[in-house]
Design a protein. Structure first.
Length: 291
């Protein structure tokens, strides 16, 4: 996420980028009525197709299969490998969901985003779908969705160098959203005002990027970081990383990237000390038919 965190869940625009680190999902259709999954991230799992439950480390993959089960005959062998750096807290759940759906669908279709968003919301209760759009389309995107309507997804010019710093811990997004929801219940007027400011700041940032003015977004990233502080999702470690990024020469701007209370800080421009440079993926999901 470049900008738009939290407010995007409530219909505000956001800017999201796809990173060139990929999840590979290989799907083989087999005669035996069994699902077998192997991967680098969890022990192998095997279960009869009529007893699948979307839970555990493969819950997003199994949820995709359950959504397509009425189309399937026989079973599946699924092998998952990942290039995603686990220390950077990138959207691996979104990537594996999009990749699995593309494999089951037999192509990377345009309506795949709505399928994927339904699954993500079923599994974690809430979600904007911005990370799904990045996984599907690649590049840098302006993203906005209101309620159950279709997402508005527009490509944006690619940025200068982007880098990330992981603070070494992560609060699950669902937990952060629950805390923010509690804050909204306690002070609805204050939190709604923050969301409106976030929305305005994202709109202005998108206008600058559309005009190719990435070098001018620094003050907008700083303002958004202040709004994340007011929302209660920043902490000392994140603040220290932002400050460290901003003292580096040629850094355009820095802020939290993601829901906050851990995870990543984003820097645009030069790579500050301790940050990891990342490449923006020009292409999203890639479907290979080896049948």
């Amino acid at each position: 996420m470049i900008t738009g965190e939290h407010a995007v869940v409530h219909g505000a625009p956001a800017v999201v980028a796809a990173i060139e680190q990929r999840v590979h999902v290989s799907i083989s259709f087999i005669d035996e009525d069994t699902l077998s999954i192997t991967s680098q991230i969890a022990p192998p799992q095997q279960a009869p197709m009529d007893r699948l439950v979307a839970e555990g480390p493969y819950r997003f993959v199994i949820a995709c299969i359950l959504a397509f089960k009425h189309r399937l005959t026989g079973g599946l062998q699924i092998d998952i490998t990942s290039e995603i750096d686990p220390t950077l807290g990138l959207g691996s759940s979104a990537a594996v969901t999009v990749a699995t759906l593309a494999g089951l669908e037999g192509a990377a279709t345009e309506d795949l985003h709505s399928y994927a968003l339904k699954i993500i919301r079923e599994q974690q209760g809430r979600g904007s779908g911005a990370d799904l759009a990045a996984s599907l389309h690649g590049g840098v995107l302006s993203y906005q969705i209101e309620g159950d309507g279709p997402a508005r997804i527009l490509p944006l010019p690619l940025p200068p160098q982007v880098s990330l710093f992981n603070v070494g811990y992560k609060t699950p997004t669902s937990d952060v959203l629950a805390r923010v929801a509690k804050a909204h219940d306690d002070n609805p007027d204050e939190i709604d005002a923050i969301y409106r400011e976030m929305s305005d700041m994202s709109e202005e940032t998108i206008e600058l990027i559309q005009d190719g003015n990435w070098e001018d977004i620094g003050p907008h990233l700083a303002a958004y970081q202040s709004l994340m502080q007011r929302l209660g999702v920043s902490d000392d470690a994140l603040e220290a990383a932002v400050v460290r990024a901003l003292v580096a020469s040629d850094v355009i701007g820095a802020k939290i990237s993601g829901s906050g209370l851990g995870d990543c800080v984003l820097a645009v421009g030069a790579v500050p000390k301790g940050f990891a440079p990342v490449e923006v993926a020009r292409q999203g999901v890639v479907f290979h038919d080896d049948s």
